[in-house]
Ligand binder design. Structure first.
Ligand code: PMP
Length: 355
């Protein structure tokens, strides 16, 4: 018996997700907030630690945080599930609604987890291409949806990595005209000001994903949430692990959510920095900038993207490059603090002029 047992055949074509971990002084690669929690909130976390029960399991249902988030949006806790990051909620949705003989639609290029987790769960993926400006071609998507009848349509809004939005009116067309669950991933919605959360009451097939990892400066703690109709929530609870969100994460997320006004200043700064970054990038010849409603900007450079990426790293600046053919020549730059963006722009100018 020397041969080791093999995993399910669905895994044959899968590659594990390897996050970029290069040493750099300026990290603009993972769409995190450049700002840590404000000092006042860190002090409050420290105070709460004095009475924290490290020995106890967390609240398995996440009841307190779920109630707080749901009531802010005018819903009940029956409309919400917490995840260990919104990544986990994508996995839960696919465990509940994907699988053999089922399929999903994605609009490429988009967030890679939809494809990866779909395939890991044996769910077929139809990758519909976005237009040259990275928009979703609604009529042709509807036509294909009628033919293939997907169980889930993933719509990342604003889209990672392109930064653009599909309008709420267009999302409503999908909600009305397909039988699929329409999963609108709003990981970056705080930077766009657009959301379809108010439509949840009207459409039982609408699922909205949100995260504390971006605008709320909590990438380290892994908390995301899903808002949907009670039936989708119940089905997600059937596949969710009981203690998926740690007690410390729930405690800090609750504190941050209650004090989200304090975070608004940071969000506004990022949005204003995005505007300046785009303005400066537009001045550079040999750089095409895509419009963005998120906390990152996608650029296409005349110089080879891999050359620019490598030289930026040598200058101590880490940005995101891509392997996918349609964006192989693009780089995604997370909006950093003003000083970080200046360092990036200075290095980019030097590389372009030398290249
Ligand atoms: N959705 C999108 C569009 C993302 O870009 C990310 C993170 N890069 C996630 C979901 C996952 O976020 P998290 O698991 O940290 O909540």
């Amino acid at each position: 018996m020397s041969k080791i047992i093999q995993p399910r055949p669905e895994l044959d074509s899968l590659k594990s997700y390897v996050p970029m971990e290069e040493d750099a002084c300026v990290v603009l690669s993972a769409n995190e907030s450049p700002y840590n929690l404000p000092e006042s909130l860190i002090t409050e976390v420290k105070n709460q630690l004095d009475v924290f029960n490290f020995n106890r399991y967390p609240d398995a249902l996440g009841s307190k945080l779920r109630k707080e988030i749901a009531s802010h949006y005018g819903f009940s806790d029956e409309n919400i599930v917490l995840g260990n990051g919104s990544d986990e909620l994508i996995q839960c949705l696919l465990l509940a609604y994907g699988g053999k003989e089922r399929s999903v639609f994605t609009f490429e290029p988009t967030f890679s987890m939809y494809d990866l987790i779909s395939r890991a769960t044996g769910t077929r993926v139809y990758e519909l291409k976005r237009t040259a400006s990275f928009d979703v071609d609604i009529p042709s998507a509807l036509e294909v949806a009628k033919e293939f009848n997907p169980t889930i349509i993933f719509l990342c809004n604003p889209n990672n990595p392109t930064g653009n939005l599909v309008s709420s009116e267009d999302i409503e067309i999908f909600l009305k005209e397909t039988g699929a669950l329409i999963v609108v991933d709003e990981a970056y919605a705080e930077f766009s000001g657009q959301t379809v959360i108010p439509l949840i009451d009207k459409y039982p097939n609408l699922v909205v994903l949100r995260t504390f990892s971006k605008a709320f400066s909590l990438a380290s703690l892994r908390i995301g949430y899903m808002l949907a109709s009670p039936s989708v929530v119940q089905n997600t609870f059937k596949v969710k692990l009981p203690y998926n969100c740690g007690a410390f994460s729930q405690m800090v997320a609750s504190l941050v959510f209650k004090n989200r006004d304090v975070l608004m200043t940071q969000i506004e700064k990022i949005v204003s920095e995005r505007k300046s970054l785009i303005k400066e990038l537009k001045k550079l010849s040999g750089v095409k900038v895509h419009p963005s409603s998120a906390n990152f900007v996608l650029i296409r450079t005349e110089n080879e993207a891999s050359f620019v990426w490598k030289n930026l790293l040598e200058a101590g600046i880490l940005v995101r490059d891509f392997k996918e053919p349609c964006i192989k020549d693009c780089l995604r730059i997370t909006v950093g603090k003003g000083e970080e963006n200046k360092l990036f722009l200075k290095a980019l100018k030097e590389i372009i002029n030398a290249g």
